[in-house]
Design a protein around this ligand. Sequence first.
Ligand code: PGA
Length: 250
Amino acid sequence: MRKNIVAGNWKMNTTMQEGVALADQIKNLLIKSPNCEVVLCVPFTHLTSIAQTVNGSIIAIGAENCSDKESGAYTGEISAAMVRSTGAKYVIIGHSERRTYYGETAEILKEKVLLALKNDLIPVFCIGEVKEERQADKQNDIVKAQLEKSVFNLSVDDFSKIVFAYEPVWAIGTGLTATPEQAQQMHACIRQLIAEKYGNTIAQNTSILYGGSCNAQNAATLFANHDVDGGLIGSASLKATDFKAIIDAI
Ligand code: PGA
C-alpha cells in the first residue's frame, strides 16, 4: 500500500529562528496522529535545529536540494551525506525552480537521485510541464522524458524508494491550480509510465504527490482523486494552521 504524504516546501523563506517557531507550531497542532506522513522540507541552515524541534513527533524533515557531487572541493555545496547527517529523511530533487533558475539538467538530477539513495535519503522527485507545453498538449510526453532521463535508469529496488511530485510549472506560486481532473489524469499517466517500466505492483506502491498552488481550500478535492497521494505544498506550508488544514484534508 502506498503512503499518503503531505510535504511542505519552505523554499527560501524564514530565518532559522522563524523556522524553528513555525516547526514548533506545526508540531503542536498535530496532537492527533494524522492520516499521512508529514514532512517539512526546509532550508539547509535550519535542518539540525528543526530536527531537534520535531524530535519525538511524527514529523519528518527533508532538504530542498542536495549536491550532485559526493564530497570535496565544491565550495558552497551541501552533499547528500551532510543532509542525512542532520537527521533528514527526505530531499526534494528536480524542483522546477532548480531546473529553471540554476540550470539543473536531467543528467545532474540523475546524479543527485543516485547520491540521495546511496545516503538513505528518500528523493521527492519533481516533474511537470510549463504552460506552453500544456497549451500544446505535450504534458504526457514531457513527464515521460523527465522520468526516462533522470530515474528510469534505477534498479527496481532503488526506484521503489522514490516519491514523486507532479508539479505543473504553470501552477507553482501562481494561484492557478490544476483542476482535480487534470491532476488525476496526469497522476494516472505517471503511474502508467511507471507500470510500463517497473511493473504494476511497483507503480501501485509509488506515492505521487500534487504540487502547485495547493491550499487549505482546494486540497480536499485534489486529494480525493484515486491517484493523488498527497501534496507538495509551497506557500501554504508557511502558515501552520493552513498546513494543518491541508493535512486534515487527506
Ligand atoms: P506553491 O509551491 O504551493 O507555492 O505553488 C509548490 C512547490 O513549488 O512545491
